[in-house]
Write a protein that binds this ligand. Structure first.
Ligand code: NI
Length: 172
């Protein structure tokens, strides 16, 4: 088990487009497991590989509540192939934007195609919080953060706050 530190915005590595995985082999399986461990330690419900500095199209999600059994989902090359017409508004956060939250509008339901941890092509229908989480993590693979879905005013406020915290931490 390797727990990786999570990159905090603003950081150019979070703005890159990640590369597709050729196949899910032992290396990718280890990456998926390490990402799940890193996400659980950080108490997140989703994590994308670029958040630990790996520019590969790999995400993990687990929306189970603390008192519930874990429901880890591992996806490589996830792709949204269908979305519902109706939207939902959800207050989102992100391990790369610690302590920052904002309401984001996204489709209520999505259909996603991906490679699972055994390199099998799968499709999944998701709604509610799971749909939010999958869309949020896939965004990361294209260098998009949840703050890119909100007003520039609010986005800049959040990013300025994080920059200030980073400077304070660097200064000790
Ligand atoms: Ni995120």
């Amino acid at each position: 088990m390797t727990v990786y530190p999570i990159i905090v915005a603003p950081d150019p590595r979070l703005k890159l487009k990640s590369k597709s995985v050729e196949q899910v082999d032992d290396e990718i399986r280890t990456l998926m497991d390490d990402m799940l461990d890193s996400m659980h330690v950080a108490r997140g419900i989703g994590l994308a590989a670029p958040q630990i500095g790996v520019q590969k199209r790999v995400i993990v999600v687990d929306t189970a509540k603390e008192e519930e059994e874990p429901r880890p989902i591992r996806m490589a090359n996830p792709e949204i192939i269908d979305v519902s017409d109706d939207d939902q508004v959800h207050e989102e956060g992100c391990l790369s934007l610690p302590e920052q939250y904002s309401e984001v509008v996204r489709p209520q339901r999505v259909r996603v195609r991906y490679l699972d941890h055994e390199n099998e092509i799968r499709e999944m229908e998701a709604e509610g919080i799971l749909a939010v989480c999958i869309q949020h993590e896939i965004d990361h693979l294209d260098g998009i953060l949840f703050v890119d879905h909100i007003s520039a005013l609010k986005r800049n406020m959040i990013l300025r706050k994080l920059t200030k915290i980073k400077k304070q931490e660097a200064a000790g």
